[in-house]
Design a protein around this ligand. Structure first.
Ligand SMILES: Nc1nc2c(ncn2[C@@H]2O[C@H](COP(=O)(O)OP(=O)(O)OP(=O)(O)O)[C@@H](O)[C@H]2O)c(=O)[nH]1
Ligand SMILES: [Mg+2]
Length: 304
């Protein structure tokens, strides 16, 4: 059963990454490890959105491995690269909600999948036996709370909302009161889409952050940036910009089922040192997965 389930999302991810898979498969199916191979591999890695810096670093490490382990076949090099990619995206920092009560504050630019992802996370934790609560702190966009309310109903999780235009920090304040009263153990906060260069919106985020720190001083808060993987290098720029202005503890890459080339996930983790916590592989409530370095590297390179 578990195997079947895994295949479901794994094949969605692989379908999404088929373009990237094809470049790598064509390359790795040829013979011999020579200069041409490394040159073409670098090109494929950059095309796959891994960025120059990460591609070069991984290639140097691969050359080293090929030499030390006397690898002769491209198939062997492919497996070695898979392990290197998995190592590059692996983090040891535990994810706060897995250790006890926690807050997850979701941030990001417009339309990247924040609200959808909250619904999916609420569902995952609810099904695992946790008691999530949702705060509808996107009071900016018309119908934002209705959209989130539909997800809350689907996941069967309580939600606190105010009128459109209300102070998002006040929503969070009320949600925390309800969270405590109901004995919940995971507070999920949705926020309006914002550009990192809009100062007032960034101040608003900091205000929300302060309310959480003041009202729940002993509860760890994960600040997760949602990024649309189909936007490629733009996602990297967004991550850099948000890192400059708020304390991110992790990222979520969405839309990896679409036209994303996927390598940007590796680049962000490798160059910005922020853990990737989840990946989105569709629009449904079950289309969210914990980020697994090995599975992801395997899907990217099409290794079984
Ligand atoms: N294919 C696919 N679509 C997704 C995924 N995640 C979200 N979407 C879609 O992306 C669109 C935007 O999702 P929202 O969750 O509304 O995004 P948002 O960041 O909350 O948007 P704003 O609140 O307007 O900033 C919707 O059509 C979602 O169904 C995903 O993993 N894969
Ligand atoms: Mg939203």
């Amino acid at each position: 059963m578990e195997k079947k389930e895994k295949k479901g999302w794994f094949s969605k991810l692989k379908e999404g990454l088929h373009k990237t898979n094809n470049w790598f498969s064509t390359l790795f199916n040829k013979e011999g490890i020579n200069d041409d191979f490394y040159e073409e591999l670098e090109e494929a890695m950059i095309l796959a959105d891994m960025g120059m810096e990460t591609s070069e670093r991984l290639l140097d490490a691969l050359r080293e491995k090929v030499k030390t382990n006397k690898l002769k076949e491209r198939e062997e090099a492919k497996r070695a690269l898979k392990d290197l990619i998995a190592d590059a995206v692996r983090v040891d920092t535990p994810f706060a909600p897995d250790k006890g009560a926690a807050v997850i504050l979701i941030v990001g630019v417009n339309g990247v999948g924040k609200t959808t992802t909250i619904g999916k996370i609420a569902n995952e934790y609810k099904e695992a036996g946790s008691r999530p609560m949702i705060a509808a702190a996107d009071t900016f966009r018309a119908a934002a709370a209705e959209q989130l309310g539909e997800w809350a109903a689907r996941a069967d999780v309580p939600m606190v909302r105010h009128q459109e235009g209300a102070d998002p920090a006040a929503v969070v304040f009320d949600a925390i009161a309800s969270y405590c009263a109901k004995g919940c153990d995971l507070l999920l906060v949705d926020t309006a889409g914002r550009l990192h260069n809009k100062k007032n919106l960034m101040n608003e985020l900091n205000k929300i952050r302060r309310v959480i720190a003041r009202e729940l001083p002993d509860t760890p808060c994960e600040v997760l940036l949602v990024l649309d993987a189909t936007t490629g290098q733009n996602a990297v720029a967004q991550a850099e910009a948000f890192l400059d202005v708020c304390e991110l503890t992790g990222v979520i890459l969405t839309k990896l089922d679409g036209t994303a080339k996927g390598g940007v996930t590796v680049q962000i983790s490798d160059t910005l040192h922020v853990p990737v916590r989840f990946i989105g592989v569709g629009e449904g409530i079950d289309d969210l997965r914990r980020f697994d370095p090995n599975d992801f590297a395997a899907a990217l390179l099409d290794v079984e």
